[in-house]
Design a protein around this ligand. Structure first.
Ligand code: GLC
Length: 429
């Protein structure tokens, strides 16, 4: 009698475990991936589908924020500040890891993303994801400011790609005169008040031998002549002259649109623009573009800002393992190869640059590898976002106001930035 009750209980329990086990095995775990609106949504959707096919136990829910890094930052940080566990994994701009790590929002990936694995990536993005000796993000793709031009027009007028900003203007005016097309502008870039403006303006300043911050001395150098002169050049010679005044409202997509509609001779953008500019379904100038390094001011070297995106895992997520599986998949050689070939994104893994198909179809990526390695980081600081807001305000006021007092504005912004740098040194933990 006793044994039969016991065996019945065992049987019932066994059945229960079996059934719940079946139910659990059949019900995938949902993870939420928060990201921003890219220019190639299909490519990303296909990769995510592939991940789900390979991992039937995990389902990825995509949440998409606006394109602007600044607006997306506001959305991500609001969720993280609230310890919102409903986001598991998210895309991070290359400038965010110190801020997020310092705030305690990121899962420390050091035990999972081992030294040996990290060595397979380019050093710049790995450094950007490292904070106080620990690694918090896995680089997905890298970006650096590049200079696009209409190779057909340059050829027609007998020009080589310009080496200096002045040369760009003189070539541009000659082409405009010859083409006599009122819709054509010389230069299209990102001048709206957001993160992209900081990148573009830093490139002007660096290529004039200036800096915004001297990292060694933790000192703001924004009010010094090379910076002030470069900003004045943009106000006086670019806005409303080489570029339409409307460029004050351009992020990457709008500025690229002008270029691919055939309405600008020169264009500054990240590597992804090359594939779109050469896609006849999207561009009127497919096959008529060239890409190279940005011009500089006489006597100075050109400079590109380091950009790019990484995956971070929310410290409050309840699905670390699933999120990590997703991150590994999305940053694998194979996925980075797909992102390079289908979305024109520059890989962060060295091996993808050696891939035969990538080399054949995207020779410019290989050619730019040395430039990518030399791309200059924006300040790595836990208060970077505050510094950037200050810079955005300053640059925007300086270049939008026809008679702005740039030295005075730079002086005020520089003092504020100096205080933020001191705060940054203080809050580091
Ligand atoms: C690109 C870059 C990113 C940068 C942003 C600015 O997305 O990859 O690093 O902050 O552009 O618009």
């Amino acid at each position: 009698m006793r044994t039969s009750i016991k065996s019945r209980i065992i049987l019932i329990l066994g059945l229960f475990y079996f059934m719940t086990g079946v139910v659990f095995a059949g019900e995938p775990t949902d993870i939420v991936f928060l990201t921003w609106k890219t220019s190639q949504p299909k490519v990303w959707a296909n990769l995510i589908e592939e991940f789900q096919r390979e991992n039937p136990g995990i389902r990825v829910k995509l949440q998409v924020a606006p394109h602007s890094s600044t607006q997306y930052h506001a959305i991500v940080t609001q969720r993280l500040k609230n310890k919102d566990a409903s986001v598991d994994v998210f895309f991070m701009d290359v400038i965010w890891p110190p801020e997020f790590a310092n705030a305690g929002w990121l899962l420390d990936l050091t035990p999972r993303f081992k030294e040996q694995q990290r060595a397979k990536f380019l050093p710049g993005p790995i450094a950007a994801n490292t904070y106080r000796g620990k690694i918090y993000g896995v680089p997905c793709y890298l970006a650096a400011g590049l200079f696009y031009y209409r190779s057909d027009l340059l050829r027609k007028y007998g020009f080589e790609p310009p080496r200096t900003w002045d040369e760009m203007l003189s070539q541009g005016y000659e082409i405009l005169k010859g083409e006599n097309d009122p819709a054509l502008s010389i230069y299209s870039a990102q001048f709206k008040q957001y993160e992209g403006l900081v990148c573009d303006m830093m490139e002007f300043i660096w290529s004039n031998g200036g800096t915004v911050i001297d990292p060694k001395a933790n000192r703001s150098t924004l009010a010094e002549p090379p910076a002030v002169d470069a900003v004045s050049f943009v106000r006086d010679r670019i806005i409303g002259k080489a570029s339409p005044r409307g460029a004050l409202n351009y992020e990457e997509p709008e500025s690229l649109e002008l270029f691919i509609q055939g309405k600008a001779v020169f264009h500054r953008n990240w590597p992804y623009a090359w594939s779109i500019a050469n896609n006849p379904k999207r561009s009127r100038i497919a096959g008529k573009t060239g890409v190279g390094t940005l011009p500089a001011f006489p006597g100075h070297a050109p400079a590109s800002a380091l950009g790019g995106w990484q995956f971070g895992i929310n410290r409050w997520s309840r699905h670390y393992d699933e999120a990590w599986r997703f991150v590994q998949f999305m940053t694998s050689h194979q996925s980075q190869r797909t992102l390079a070939l289908k979305a024109g994104l520059a890989p962060t893994r060295r091996s993808v640059y050696q891939d035969l198909e990538v080399r054949k179809k995207m020779p410019h990526l290989k050619a730019f590898l040395p430039a990518f390695e030399k791309a200059r980081p924006r300040p790595l600081s836990p208060v970077y976002q505050m510094i950037s807001q200050e810079l955005q305000r300053f640059f925007s006021r300086a270049i939008a106001g026809r008679k702005s007092n740039i030295p005075a504005l730079a002086g005020v912004a520089s003092k504020k930035i100096q205080k933020l740098l001191e705060l940054g040194a203080m809050v580091q933990r």
